[in-house]
Design a protein around this ligand. Sequence first.
Ligand SMILES: O=C[C@H](O)COP(=O)(O)O
Length: 254
Amino acid sequence: MGRKFFVGGNWKCNGTNEEVKKIISTLNAGDVPSQDVVEVVVSPPFVFLPLTKGSLRPDFHVAAQNCWVKKGGAYTGEISAEMLVNLDIPWVILGHSERRLILGESNEFVGDKVAYALSRGLKVIACVGETLEQRESGSTLEVVAAQTKAIADRVSDWTNVVVAYEPVWAIGTGKVATPAQAQEVHAELRKWLHANISPEVAASTRIIYGGSVNGANCKELAAQPDVDGFLVGGASLKPEFIDIIKSAEVKKSA
Ligand SMILES: O=C[C@H](O)COP(=O)(O)O
């Protein structure tokens, strides 16, 4: 089953109103492959979601960077899945390592969030990935399997899930995983999905890579058989994001 290349841009906690408008106009002017070749989703901070949704080209989609774990209510500072649905925001990023590590989101909490967001009709970019310490101690696969299992325990339909493998040591550090390192973990994750969910889910679920992806390293990473796209942080704020989207062409010609 063909997996459409997926490029997500996670703007994280960056941008002013003016800067966001500038990023959007750069994206809108970008010459990129068609939607048949690549799915593009950008994720501004919550406050810029309406502006982004309202002015972004129609072939690019929008994601929130997080949402609450259950129905909204007395949860000060949170944004519910229902609110995102109400604003017609189709995607949400969940389990980003910055939320796991800085805000203490556990595997189970992330799993609950993924299940709830899917139940409300959102599509989810679910992030997994090991720290440097975990990699150096040889527990990378164990860590990403446990993170994925917590989601799998709560989710039966994977149609609307994209898994983002983001080694924490590569995020925002300029220290990108080598294509071989990324391929190794992606292949293992796919094997895990095959053994623990189904061959169909393993074959159809997109596993994207995140961590210091830029215009210069994206093509080599995209050429790896189990790399189905990217979740881009820093470079998604820059014009080179267009080059990263274009790396989808590598897959087309593969
Ligand atoms: O969500 C995106 C990742 O955290 C990657 O961030 P980065 O491209 O700035 O390393």
